[in-house]
Design a protein around this ligand. Sequence first.
Ligand code: FRU
Length: 488
Amino acid sequence: MNKDKNFRLQYHIMPPVGWLNDPNGLSKYRGKYHAFFQYSPDNPNGGRKLWGHYISDDYVHFEYVGESLEPDKPYDKNGVYSGSALIEDDKMFLYYTGNVKQEGDHDFTYSGREANTVLVTTPDGMSGFEKQLIMTNDDYPDFYTCHVRDPKVWKKDNNYYMVQGGRLNGKKLNPESVDKGAVLTFESMDMKKWNCISNISTVKPFGYMWECPDYMEISGLKVLGLCPQGLETKGLKYQNIYQAGYFVLGDDFDIKRRCRPDSEEDFIIIDNPDEVFYEWDYGFDFYAPQTFTDDDGNIIIVGWAGIPDADYDNEPTVLEGWQHALTFPRVISRSKDERKLLCNPLPTILEFRGDSNEEKIENYGQVSLIVSECSDTEIKDISGDIYINFSSSDEELFEINITKNNNEIHLSLKMDEKAGRGRDKRSVTLKHGDNLRILLDVSMVEIFADDGEAVMTSRFYFDKEKSEGTFDMTVKGNCNLKTYILNI
Ligand code: FRU
């Protein structure tokens, strides 16, 4: 085992060196998956933002193809921020936010920041990226602060649509001067000239800023993805500093609806946001996800397996010169009760399953997983409480519990203090607890429960000096368990 790079992952996208955050420009183009990402190669703690670029045939093996979009224009000089891809007539188009911080004494929220929308064309998706400035803050309604960003673009019925995330300026909008998160919707006929057609928000603030919006229709269910900042924890909900989730919109919701975009009286309002907002992931490390559609029409979501401004860290990888990763891609489908979404790992992972332990393990079974390889564990037919404990060379790492209490089933992820680096416990209420799947990859765990209705992602760190490169998994409880080593 390479002691210098113990925490590098096997089948997740990581920065070659330095810092990674949001996935950008996700697409399937000319037979290959493309994953661009927010990249700061100079420093594992972040800095100058550009787009790094990976391609892949299977989303398990990746080729790094370079730093595709650098902040080299006056309209993106302080960062090539997040954005998306549109594939049209065998061509790739990219849209992103050019971040500019002006000279002078500014707070960069109400003054001094430019959020420029930029279109990029390329002959082959790999090189020759040509930028074109297509919108500036003057093209957004003036009741927004300087924070408007993260264009997500798609085509419907011969027109093009875009959502961007924004922070409404409370000082201009209401007597209490409270800022509110919102989404701006744009329409275009030619991909270059865009008009704002509506603003989507809530009556009371559902956070002060919505980042990285997304829109999708999944088997008829209309869904607005967003990352609200500023929500307070409510019981088991909203436990992270910032959230990543989606609003399930009513059947009569029409993303193409035209409102008076410059009128604060004519917003599309999400009523009772708490009741229709669901988190994509209930773990410690998930933010800024983006969806894309593959050649088979599957809608796939990939998130940043990290989160900004958290009070836990990834110091062990920072010491190795890198930080953060993307989640494994998840296929989205509609739940049986039709009102929510399910997320399950892209099935390509199953092709890499090697030897499996097929025994029914009851009470304290033990399996060793090799750290330099990866494992995918599936548990079915749960009855009674289950405790799955992961350790490495007698050092506790984390425990996954499924417990039944007063007719409620809970999935919990409890991190050991040292392994969690400030991460403690996350829990979510399950419907039945069946079909648990755990993807383990060296220093990342992704847990899928209730057929994918509840997902948790977390990083964890073992002691490099003590570890012999094995995981020990101890199962207490009655479940039918299979463990696979992945041959990658
Ligand atoms: C979300 C985000 C985006 C922004 C990008 C900058 O994590 O803040 O809103 O475009 O990161 O790196």
